[in-house]
Write a protein that binds this ligand. Structure first.
Ligand SMILES: *Cc1c(COP(=O)(O)O)cnc(C)c1O
Length: 390
């Protein structure tokens, strides 16, 4: 059976402990300190954005982004439909009302044409939240242009796409406010954490203020605004500094995993890998497949069940938000006929495969052969014959 092959588990390298030790040695075991400052500075420089606020989670970053965008109770906010719930929940924290926008087939992300249709129906919408699914950039130029022409603020949820680029520019820079995450299974992790990114220094300062309980600079505890306890700890930021050193290396390994799956399934016509645009370079956070039901009767659940027996973790595609019981009353904008959606189709026929940067050639061969077996195609002996997995 062999050892467990994980979807995407943390990969630590050692430098993390040096930065943590520094925090201990100086007794800055607090939600501020040198690691937090340096992690914010280094991450902003890496991404190429003016300012960053380190927070307890990507969700906290998205919450403050929604607050900065000025979303008020009753305001409509257009959101990516096919994503993790953390993309959209913060809208509710501020009393906004999500209207979900269907995906397109080229990147599985928000469809700009459906977004345009949404603005025709809700011309007063002033905020859009777009996510880059599984590390693949959305059609960001088109989405940004539609937001601009409608006077709406764009929030980019780059939680899954850290280090991916679109037309040479890093994701996490396309919105007025942008969020990234360092949760346990992301491309780099701090165990838990996130950052809010913006070119506008004042708004990042405001976010840091809200994140430290909105405490006024005053000898006593004075509060004019509602506050939150959202700041990242100096210990956690130490892990982040150590991880950032290895971000590019992780992306290179993730890309290799994606290309290996692609080659390993190239003779199975029913399988499509999660697609991306020529003008973008995903971070390949998770490699996914979609099965064409006109070419095969194999269901993603069949593959998951057999992978589990082989001690391999896999995961369903995010269930679209418009299909979630919690959001059942919310409007959904799609170009499909009633009752259909592209997001729903990807959910029904798609599957996330193990994309752990620690995967070895033997691990990849094991996963590929299980999947090949389910489709009734012959096993591969070694990867190198067909692939470039060095
Ligand atoms: C992980 C994730 C988040 C939330 O980040 P946390 O740090 O876990 O709060 C938000 N959006 C997407 C798309 C994510 O995958």
């Amino acid at each position: 059976m062999g050892h467990k092959i994980w979807l995407s588990s943390p990969t630590m390298h050692g430098e993390e402990q040096i930065f943590i030790k520094e925090a201990f040695d100086t007794n800055w075991v607090a939600p501020l300190g040198a690691n937090v400052d340096a992690f914010e500075r280094d991450m902003a420089a890496y991404i190429g954005i003016g300012h960053a606020a380190a927070l307890v989670s990507g969700t906290a970053a998205l919450h403050l982004a929604v607050k900065l965008a000025g979303v008020k109770p009753g305001d409509v906010v257009f959101c990516t439909d096919l994503t993790f719930s953390a993309t959209v929940n913060p809208v509710s924290y501020e009393g906004g009302i999500q209207v979900f926008i269907d995906s397109e087939r080229d990147t599985w992300n928000m469809d700009p044409r459906a977004l345009e249709k949404a603005f025709q129906k809700y011309p007063n919408c002033k905020c859009v939240v777009v996510a880059n699914l599984y590390g693949t950039p959305a059609k960001l130029d088109e989405i940004r242009a539609i937001c601009d022409s409608n006077g709406a603020i764009l929030i980019e949820d780059a939680a899954e796409s850290l280090s991916a680029t679109y037309k040479g520019r890093q994701t996490g820079t396309f919105g007025q406010y942008n969020a990234i995450s360092f949760n346990g299974n992301k491309i780099i992790t701090t165990s838990g954490g996130g950052m809010l990114l913006s070119d506008d220094e004042e708004t990042i300062k405001k976010a840091r203020f809200w994140a430290t309980q909105s405490r006024e600079s005053c000898p006593w505890y004075e509060h004019k605004e509602l506050g939150y306890n959202y700041r990242m700890s100096n210990i956690v930021a130490g892990i982040g500094r150590g991880q950032l050193i290895h971000l590019d290396e992780h992306r290179t390994l993730k890309k290799k995993i994606y290309e290996t799956y692609k080659a390993g399934f190239s003779d199975i016509e029913a399988i499509e890998m999660n697609p991306f645009l020529e003008c973008s370079e995903p971070n390949f956070w998770l490699s996914c497949i979609k099965i064409d039901p006109s070419k095969s009767n194999v269901k993603p659940e069949d593959i998951t069940a057999i992978l589990a027996i082989a001690n391999v973790e896999s995961r369903p595609i995010w269930k679209p938000m418009h299909l979630q019981p919690y959001y059942a009353k919310h409007d959904f904008i799609t170009l499909c006929a009633k009752g259909h959606s592209i997001g729903g189709e990807i959910f029904e026929h798609g599957l996330c495969l193990p994309s752990d940067v620690k995967n070895t050639e033997a691990d990849m061969l094991r996963v590929i052969n299980v999947v090949r077996d389910v489709f009734g195609v012959e096993q591969l002996d070694v990867l190198e014959k067909v692939l470039a997995f060095a």
